[in-house]
Design a binder for this molecule. Sequence first.
Ligand SMILES: Cc1ncc(COP(=O)(O)O)c(C=O)c1O
Length: 483
Amino acid sequence: MRIPARGLPREALFARLEQFRSRDVDWRSGRTWAYVYDAGREAEDVVKQAFTSYLCENALDPTAFPSALRLENELIAMAAAHLGGDAEVVGSFTSGGTESIFLAVKTARDHARVHRPEIGRGQIVLPETAHAAFHKAAHYLDVEPVVVPVDPTTFRADVGAVRDAIGPRTILLVGSAVSYAHGVVDPIRELGALARERGLLLHVDGCMGGFLLPYLAQLGAPVPDFDFRVPGVTSISMDFHKYAFAAKGASVILYRDRALRRHQIYACAGWSGYTVVNTTVQSTKSAGPLAAAWAVLNFLGDEGYLRLAATMLETTRRVCAGIEGIPGLRLLGSPDMNLVAFTSDEVGVFHVVDEMRERGWFVQPQLAFNTSKENIHLSINPAGERWVEDFLADLRASVEAARALPTGENVAALRQAVAGIDPARLSEEDFAGLLGFAGVEGAALPARMAGINELMNALPPPMRSALLVEYVNQLFRQGEDAA
Ligand SMILES: Cc1ncc(COP(=O)(O)O)c(C=O)c1O
């Protein structure tokens, strides 16, 4: 494909854009129970208008665009106050949870380089439920992740295991509020006490829960302490583009004080162009996400968010009770928020995912990992309220349908085939051979994904990662057949 020699008429190209969307999940339907954070049409319109009105402003240079500086300072102040921060707390607006976490890890690394230069390569202690973004940051920043088990019943971090994992090279402890997989808050008070005792930094990943949890607490839900009111917490990440319902590209990283944030900021005067000083990873960046986040917070206000939080809390309660009433299903842990994980000891959950898809629902499969069995994840939106009964009826029917479907048929042969393959050297032929166990050819995915999910589930995590890399390397192919 090449750039067209002559531009297309506007109507034609917008029609094309609409047509491209036709196979995407129908997120506005209220039947997509993962990936989507939707506060309804009115808030969406506000977000869009604010986004487009600042789309072309460049937040790279706050002296040229002081409005971007103002928007950011106001947003950070609101975020800090929301999370119990005092006047010392500072932060930066980032493009998302991954970038916020990346910066927290970089700050810890560079803080250690200044204050403990003798330790060399630092380690970060990660409960196994900590988001993959920490592993990604460690990979990019050459820091070593040390993964520790969580409580197998509650899926909250095991503070004893964290304590045991601390060594001379530890630079950062991590807790989640909430973890993505099970929607639970780690024991942040105990982790804070441990961090203080050992003179370590503690990052709380509030990307998913940081914004909503304070509202749930105001509604009387039993929310464990997790924010700056907890002594020992030195940084918190919180996403606006999840349950603050901002446009994607909106998160914040907050620090206990400015001295700590200094390690995050990068400046370069050693080249021939303009002097570069960046608080975050990006340099040239649209002020659109910033304006959209500012607008939605001001549009909904505490009152609007409390209303939405109450709806999601009640919907989650009904969904959890419904799941517990379906023979063959059980919840994993007890969520502190509107994220739910459930599994089955009787039927293949990946078949349940497919059956739900056939009934028009999008739910998310999660693979087994250490203490967590393979399961189904739900992220519940306000729009879920009107669907609860239909959802539960279809879930019940999906579980019954899954009873008739075989699971684990090729697992022994697959494990044998994989035994001789080094994940670091997985070839295209190995990839094709392994996918063959799921009856799949090439990177075109089948409508029913249970075969692939079962295959992935049976493999060790390094081999899963290698297969994913190969899959994506083939998926993003450029050429005439790319459509
Ligand atoms: C707890 C948690 N941390 C971090 C992230 C990463 O955020 P993002 O996808 O915005 O980079 C997520 C995403 O769902 C999350 O749930």
